[in-house]
Ligand binder design. Structure first.
Ligand code: ADP
Ligand code: MG
Length: 270
């Protein structure tokens, strides 16, 4: 049995107009079916680059990404992505319901089946009544819920989320974090959630993969041994939460100073 997702020796160098940027140097990690894994790393460390390689939108310079043992060469049917810029990810001329339904048209299913998936997905994100609205009539947080619904309706094997809540206010962000954990628990969906926010990574994840600054390697992986039942009020003030976030913070600082020994992807700290 292989991991659902297997990233090995991934390197991405951007080249052009005489410039060479090694965004990602050497990333190796796996994600198992049903896991909720957070990847945390400083801005500019190559998180978006990594997700684009995983989603088949960019070709790695070396190394590879496997989904269920098969090499990713283009956007795989079993993957859905949610980006940070919700404003650019929904079509403004389509109603919410049509936006959510659009990717389903590639799938071989009846109109009734599609409508059922759309209804179910919008209900899951608390937007059952918004199907007829246009995205621009909704707040930023609601638009991001629509983007999540669109990904859910597609019934992906794995959901990749790239700093999806970086652009919304703190209260909305807290609600959306709980929404993601709730969906993960209810639907047993596999989620890889990328963020630069250490607290968010520890609050959400069952496991956190810490990335170094660019050129990026895996600095450390740690298991988050907080209870499954998490809430914004109690979890964030729990002593264990503080220990874990401090640990991750120190790792990122050490990586910046070049002190820690990166590249030991299997290390697991509890
Ligand atoms: P993050 O998402 O962690 O903030 P990115 O993956 O967006 O990081 O970027 C990583 C590095 O690669 C940065 O130095 C960025 O400037 C560079 N980069 C990203 N996209 C391109 C591109 N298309 N061409 C050249 N350099 C790029
Ligand atoms: Mg990014």
């Amino acid at each position: 049995m292989h991991a659902l997702l297997d990233v090995s020796g991934l390197q991405k160098v951007y080249e052009g107009s005489g410039r060479r940027v090694e965004a990602v140097r050497d990333l190796t990690f796996t994600v198992d079916t049903g896991e909720l894994v957070c990847l945390v790393g400083p801005s500019g460390c190559g998180k978006t680059t990594l997700l684009k390689c995983m989603g088949g939108l960019l070709t790695p310079t070396s190394g590879e990404v496997l989904l269920e043992g098969r090499k990713v060469n283009g956007p795989p049917p079993g993957m859905a992505l949610v980006f940070q810029e919700y404003g650019r990810s929904l079509f403004p001329w389509m109603r919410v319901g049509e936006n959510v339904e659009l990717p389903l048209k590639q799938k071989n299913m009846s109109r009734t089946q599609r409508r059922e998936l759309v209804r179910d997905a919008l209900e899951s994100v608390g937007l059952a009544d918004a199907a007829g609205a246009y995205p621009w009539q909704l707040s930023g947080g609601m638009q991001q819920r629509v983007a999540i619904a669109r990904a859910l309706a597609y019934e992906p094997q794995v959901l990749l989320m790239d700093e999806p809540f970086a652009a919304v206010d703190a209260q909305t962000r807290a609600d959306l974090e709980d929404l993601v954990r709730g969906l993960w628990r209810e639907r047993g969906i596999t989620i890889l959630f990328v963020t630069h926010d250490i607290d968010e990574a520890v609050y959400l994840g069952e496991r956190v993969i810490v990335l170094s600054a660019s050129p990026t390697v895996v600095q450390e992986q740690l298991k988050v041994d907080l209870p499954d039942e998490r809430d914004q009020l109690h979890t964030r003030v729990a002593p264990r939460f503080a220990e874990l976030r401090t640990h991750v913070y120190e790792q990122i600082q050490a990586a910046k100073r070049g002190e820690a020994e990166p590249g030991s992807p299997a290390r697991s700290v509890t």
